[in-house]
Design a protein around this ligand. Structure first.
Ligand SMILES: NC(=O)C1=CN([C@@H]2O[C@H](COP(=O)(O)OP(=O)(O)OC[C@H]3O[C@@H](n4cnc5c(N)ncnc54)[C@H](OP(=O)(O)O)[C@@H]3O)[C@@H](O)[C@H]2O)C=CC1
Ligand SMILES: CC(=O)N[C@@H](CCC(=O)OP(=O)(O)O)C(=O)O
Length: 344
């Protein structure tokens, strides 16, 4: 068994990790932290886990955590980078579900996250944990930067087009929508029920911190710079995310469908639907799968619309972290992830 430490076990992605690890045959949670709930049983806080775990939340303690084989940080940005060096030196592997190691450029990180990076030297060592792009490197990695939810959906929608390098892509528009759990469990005015329910809004339209990450991952796939606008929206639902991608590109729908079908044929967590289908977020609720569908208006061969749908908490965070962990420890990539699926 692999001994896992979770830092931030009371947040939405931490709870999702608990749910997924409970169904994983090779993982054992050795340590789970919460500063607010330290000393209390996990199943007392989350009665849905009664009978599944007898774990007790602990204060985060680097010495105890360093005894684990792998530590997953399900914490706000800026926390993982404070103890990652110590954990790596102790022989632990680290997966950060936050953004601390996602951008390779420390000054860009500081510009978008508003704080100085605590260990910029580790940025070159960290592998961006999008298995569909970096599978081999993740398998060798000691430190994995789990992608953000919006960058995951956008990248999965665009990878085949970018990697093929056959097309002249114009300015791409990424129009993205997220359920409210994307904002985390901590109290915030804008995610209170009466603020978010029965309402719909864009946010971060003049600059969201996922833009540099999107530019970086798409640039890696293309091998050049990608011109893209990104606007996120908050949808009054608990979980789920859609990226609607408008791409000015010449070609027939059949040609693009064939390209996507070939590229994603062996991807366990990307499901290409028939062209013209409209994937729904409820179809991937609790699942690590992404649904992708292509659209083209009969009168416009110069534009493609791509729909990519994920569960922000699963493929967009904790499921993707387990997918990466499976690769890092030599397990089959799907282990513990397929049986945890539930869809409406
Ligand atoms: N929600 C989502 O859909 C996605 C989230 N992410 C990222 O994953 C990370 C976790 O997100 P999410 O679960 O939503 O966040 P939450 O706010 O729901 O939970 C954060 C957790 O971190 C703990 N925590 C907070 N501050 C500290 C600290 N200084 N030291 C140790 N633990 C701390 C909290 O517990 P306590 O305060 O009791 O210690 C809590 O358990 C974030 O970086 C987020 O951006 C990424 C993709 C999608
Ligand atoms: C709905 C909502 O608020 N979503 C979050 C994105 C969650 C995420 O992936 O954030 P990190 O990059 O910090 O890991 C946001 O826009 O800030």
């Amino acid at each position: 068994m692999v001994n896992v430490g979770i830092v931030g076990g009371t947040g939405y992605t931490g709870i999702e990790l608990l749910r997924l690890i409970a169904a994983h045959p090779h993982l054992h949670i050795a340590e789970i932290t919460s500063r607010g709930e330290a000393g209390r049983r996990v199943d007392e806080i989350f009665p849905g886990l009664r009978g599944v775990t007898d774990l007790v939340f602990q204060e985060p303690d680097p010495v105890r955590l360093s005894r684990c084989d792998v530590v997953l940080f399900a914490t706000p940005n800026g926390i993982a980078m404070q103890s990652t060096r110590e954990l790596l030196d102790a022989g632990c592997k680290v997966i950060d579900l936050g953004a601390d190691f996602r951008l390779r450029d420390a000054s860009r990180w500081q510009q978008w996250y508003g704080m100085e990076h605590a260990c910029p030297d580790l940025l070159a060592e960290a592998v961006y944990g999008l298995a569909e792009l970096n599978r081999a490197a993740i398998a060798e990695a000691k430190l994995v930067a789990n992608p953000g939810c919006y960058p995951t959906a956008v990248a999965l929608g665009l990878l085949p087009l970018l990697e093929s390098q056959q097309f002249d892509l114009g300015h791409i528009v990424a129009d993205c929508k997220s359920g409210v759990s994307g904002a985390g469990r901590a109290l915030k005015l804008q995610t209170l029920f009466c603020e978010a329910n029965e309402s719909f809004k864009a946010y971060g339209a003049s600059g969201h911190r996922h833009l540099p990450e999107i530019e970086q991952v798409l640039g890696d796939a293309l091998g050049g710079c990608v011109d893209i606008s990104f606007v996120p929206h908050l949808v009054p639902m608990t979980r789920g995310m859609q990226a609607t991608l408008h791409v000015p590109v010449d070609g027939s729908l059949e040609q693009f469908h064939a390209l996507y079908a070939q590229r994603y044929a062996d991807e366990p967590f990307v499901d290409l639907m028939d062209s013209g289908e409209h994937p729904e977020t409820r179809w991937v609720a609790g699942s690590n799968r992404s649904l992708v569908a292509l659209h083209q208006s009969a009168s416009r061969r110069d534009r493609l619309v791509i729909l990519a749908v994920i569960d922000n908490l699963t493929k967009g965070a904790s499921g993707q972290a387990i997918q990466n962990l499976n690769l890092m420890f030599g397990f089959k990539e799907e282990t513990g992830l397929v049986s945890a699926e539930c869809s409406a």
